[in-house]
Write a protein that binds this ligand. Structure first.
Ligand code: CP
Length: 302
């Protein structure tokens, strides 16, 4: 599981059915031991709360074990100069499946090529975050009740955002999805995603008026401006604070729509909005647990 493009519509729908079943797994039930005896290694070279903890919780809730290192770049032998390939070849001797987050785009593909066991890309720099895309599509289905015939706004740091790149890619599998891209000038959506949508005949447009866009969408997908990816602090200052989801935006948003965010947030969704029933981002984060339980089951062929 390295890129979102690996999943076609049928595979996603099958996975979502498994995820639905995972929501019903309770401690002590027979399903809660289905991965007993299996080990998952989590190697995170970048910080994470949701992805790492939900993968580890997923493995634990299905009875499996975890081998891990805190801050892999600092506390694994990468700090002594070990290559990613050598680390991967070592870890595959200990674990049945490896979850990798790395700071370089393309590193997950390199890691997957180095080993013969399943490799899950938990985010590779500004490249891809395919399991986030899967949980995002699953969340859209649960929140608005369909995966065809809807409009989505991708908002914020679209140049550095691996979640929006993977999500846009995954949504090409569905029919009649219209995209709005709302981003500060310094972090606009890259041409490869625009070209992908155009090549598949999918409608997209760039817009600057967030309230006007909010009034026309079923899904408003906000993202953080990723300070850590800016080489120039002046560019970050230009992008930061430009598009904020607040009460004004919520007033414009249709009653049946949902606000999503991969989290973490800084200030791009005001906390006041959290108690609005359309604020779906913590439900979205919880869906990550069910999707990752389903992925572990499927990838380990249990
Ligand atoms: N959405 C997401 O990837 O969150 P974390 O960085 O906390 O894992």
């Amino acid at each position: 599981c390295v890129e979102a493009e690996q999943f076609d519509r049928a595979m996603m729908e099958e996975l979502f059915d498994v995820a639905d079943a995972m929501e019903r797994v309770r401690p002590g039930a027979p399903e809660s031991t289905m991965l007993q005896g299996y080990l998952m290694s989590t190697l995170f070279y970048e910080p994470s709360t949701r992805t790492r903890l939900s993968f580890e919780a997923a493995m634990g809730r299905l009875g499996g074990g975890i081998v891990s290192t805190e801050s892999a770049g600092e506390y694994s032998s990468a700090a002594k100069g070990e290559t990613l390939e050598d680390t991967m070849r070592t870890v595959e001797g200990y674990a049945d499946i490896v979850v990798l987050r790395h700071f370089t785009a393309g590193s997950a593909r390199r890691a997957a090529n180095a080993i013969g066991k399943p490799l899950i890309n938990a985010g590779d720099g500004p490249g891809q975050h395919p399991t986030q895309a899967l949980l995002d599509v699953y969340t859209i289905r649960k929140e608005i009740g369909r995966l065809d015939d809807f409009k989505i706004a991708l908002v914020g740091d679209l140049a550095n955002g691996r979640t929006v790149r993977s999500l846009a890619s995954a949504l090409t599998q569905f029919n009649n999805v219209k995209f709005y891209f709302v981003a500060p000038d310094v972090v606009k959506m890259k041409d490869d995603i625009k070209d992908l949508l155009t090549s598949k005949g999918i409608e997209w447009e760039e817009a600057t008026d967030l309230a006007a866009v909010a009034a026309d969408v079923d899904v408003l997908y906000q993202t953080r401006i990723q300070k850590e990816r800016f080489a120039n602090p002046e560019d970050y200052a230009k992008a930061s604070g430009k598009y904020i989801v607040d009460r004004t935006i919520m007033d414009a948003l249709p009653k049946s729509s949902v606000v999503m965010h991969p989290l973490p947030r800084v200030d791009e969704i005001v906390v006041d909005v959290d108690d609005d029933p359309r604020a779906g981002y913590f439900r979205q984060a919880q869906n990550g647990l069910f999707i990752r339980m389903a992925l572990l089951k499927v990838l380990l062929r249990v």
